[in-house]
Design a protein around this ligand. Structure first.
Ligand code: SAH
Length: 249
């Protein structure tokens, strides 16, 4: 068994940054990120911090020039290549704040490539703070070891989403009124995929018909119980990851 490298230690804090990362690049850090590293994580000169930006993989950096409100991080070595993200989008109707925040966090941890908010007629929420959702995803990516933060699409109306749907991507439609067992549907439809989850109030009959009539749509059932929208989103994403995503590798 290869020896565990002593540096960077496994406990090193992970931080998402916008800056480029690479051999001998120095990244200045201030604001909340500096406060987190200096005051919360008590990073000292020479300590390791793991950095990622969604483009350059993960780099172990050494903390230097630590002052009250800022520090610099010197890239030392690449510790992970940029991840290959499973080709899976979660298309979800907006739901109340705490619940959609949880969906964003879990979707990132589970490995989705993109969160696509979809406006349907029974949605109780019609605006989403995409910045806040992204913050939750960045924090989840820092915690779970991802090297890329999932994309977040602008909110799209259901009819526009269906109209502009990319033909090669299966659209698994979680239909609370019934569909194929997930296991069979995922086995029969491999390749780029998306999951469509309705809002608290579900889809209208008209919406269900429009989705079911779409050539990329595959209606799936999540069992005999009506799940809350966030439970459905998280559970079905996990099932897809286990059968067709990178949990299956
Ligand atoms: N109010 C609706 C339920 C909405 S549940 C009703 O009582 O009929 C919110 C969303 O979660 C649904 O639109 C669907 O996409 C998904 N969902 C929940 N339970 C499901 C199940 N058993 N099978 C498939 N999808 C389900």
């Amino acid at each position: 068994m290869p020896a565990t490298p002593a540096w960077p230690p496994r406990s090193a804090p992970r931080l998402h940054v916008e800056a480029d990362l690479g051999e001998s690049i120095t990244v200045p850090v201030d604001g909340n990120a500096a406060h987190y590293l200096i005051s919360v994580m008590r990073v000292k000169d020479g300590d390791a911090v793991l950095l990622f930006n969604g483009r350059d993989g993960e780099w172990a950096a050494r903390a230097a020039d630590i002052r009250k409100r800022d520090l610099v991080l010197e890239c030392m070595e690449q510790t992970k290549a940029l991840e290959a993200v499973p080709n899976f989008w979660l298309c979800a109707a907006p739901i109340k704040k705490a619940r959609i925040d949880m969906v964003a966090e879990k979707a990132c941890e589970l490995g989705v490539a993109k969160l696509q908010p979809v406006l349907t007629s029974r949605a109780v929420v019609d605006k989403l703070n995409l910045e806040r959702l992204r913050t939750h995803m960045v924090e989840a990516a820092e915690q779970c070891g991802r090297t890329a933060v999932p994309d977040i699409g602008e909110m799209a109306k259901l009819d526009a989403l269906l109209r502009d749907w990319p033909a090669e991507r299966h659209l698994f439609f979680a239909d609370e009124l019934g569909g194929a067992p997930m296991r069979d549907a995922f086995a029969a439809h491999t390749g780029p995929a998306a999951l469509l989850i309705g809002p608290e109030g579900g889809f209208t009959d008209q919406e269900r018909e429009a989705i079911r009539a779409h050539s990329s749509a595959v209606a799936i059932s999540l069992g005999p119980r009506i799940l809350r929208a966030e439970t459905a989103a998280i559970a079905a994403t996990a099932c897809w990851m286990a059968s067709n995503g990178d949990w299956a590798e």
